[in-house]
Design a protein around this ligand. Sequence first.
Ligand code: ACM
Ligand code: ZN
Length: 539
Amino acid sequence: MHKIITLLSMAVIYSISYAQISTSVLPLIPLPKEVSRTNEEFVLTAKTKIVLPNNTFKPEVDYLNNYLQSNVHFQLAIVSSIPKKGNYISINPSSSKTGLKEGYDLKMNKNKIILVSEDNAGIFYGIETLIQLMPLNNNSISGDDKLSIQCANITDSPQYQWRSMLLDCSRHFFSKEEIKKYLDYLAMYKFNIFHWHLTDDQGWRIEIKKYPLLTSIGSKRKETAIGRPRDKKFDGIPSSGFYTQDDIKEIVAYATTRHITILPEIEMPGHSVAALAAYSQYSCTGGPFETKTSWGISKDVYCAGNDSTFLFLQNILSEVMDLFPGKYIHIGGDECPKDRWKACSKCQKRITDEKLSGENELQSYFVNRMEKYVHSKGKQIIGWDEILEQGLSPNATVMSWRGTKAGILAAKQKHFVVMTPTKPCYFDFYQDKDTLKEPYSFHGYNLLDAVYAFNPTPKELTKEDATYIMGAQGCVWTEFIPDFSNVEYMALPRMAALSETVWTPIAKKNYSDFILRLKLHAQTLDRMKVNYAKHFLNQ
Ligand code: ACM
Ligand code: ZN
């Protein structure tokens, strides 16, 4: 039955060809700042040349050639000056400096494509746009040797500097190859940050050489909760998985090629049971603990009264900072119950010695102590919005998830902010009001149009305070997402809608136009065999 529905919906998609769509519609997501379609076509063949005056943009040209190799089985020769014969793609540094980071200009006619940018990221995004214009599933392909690309003139740059997607790899583990696929989707939609949720109560996923038990014990759990939490059902199947430091280096390199910075998250002081299962001495009670098999918030957290806890976490972050070249490290900071700290003599002594007002300020002490360490290594922390409570170092950046209020408060205090309010940025929520038709998930829904309509910059902020809103993030938490096919189903097309929220000027956004483009773009997703949700086909 499911197969029949899929086939029917594919028939709907394929019945739409470029010719039937209004001439202004191109399969571009996110919509560029300025785009005008012309009546010409550029016919790309194995004889088309790439004109590259120097090596500045060679990595991006290699990326294009690798894409062509995988999809049409040829690469384009690179030359340093305009060829006397035949068509070409010219890739150049911009002669004027506008200071617009990540922007590009793409001018196309039947003889040439000229791509210009002030930086490598801009060239990369211009190439991603060009790739979206390549009709690989369209009748205009004859065999594998010719691509008729619809010409357009485009001037583009992003609205927000921070455009991210989170994937929770603790609740369920996803392989290196699956992470690469996720990064491909991010690159396609011009996201530039991958927030990698690597540790939580249910699994520690990153090799730390100094503490091998984190993975030999913390990456394993004896079984996994299934279905509704109140049913208390478990699958009885042991589960494990972690990324070696070599895996991480490979994934970082893969991301870098796609102009994506990875933001690693090491959770503290809460969401730490998997680590405490391995090293119980850093808890308040001494344990023993088991990597959690069910969801929810654990009362067992790192002991804030024990100096060796801080040393342990600093040593971990030291290895993490060596692996990830980005400037930010995410230290979690969310959902840390204070029960253990209240009953712990060491934590109570810390409160007295540091003249803290209580356990809430002890959390602030914890985060600020780790912030000092990270800052001393030339990096910056980012944390969930709980880190704002009871005082926060001015160097810290806030991820506003419990609505946008904390983000507004943080921006007013001149902290940089990333907006990821559960509504509409949590993509583990249902995407249909008829939740019984959908795979079991958390209560609540975030429909595609709500994601599309989201404005990361709240109206309450003054123009100056609004400059602290760096952008927005979509989160794919995986308590109820057991495999990558379901990650795709929950992430797409909501990720595509969010990409327009963070990239496209608000005045240019139009949901009906987005849906038209999405229906065209769906041909690409089908070709990539992505298990995207198809609710939009009926819109
Ligand atoms: C969160 O969802 N606890 C950040
Ligand atoms: Zn304690």
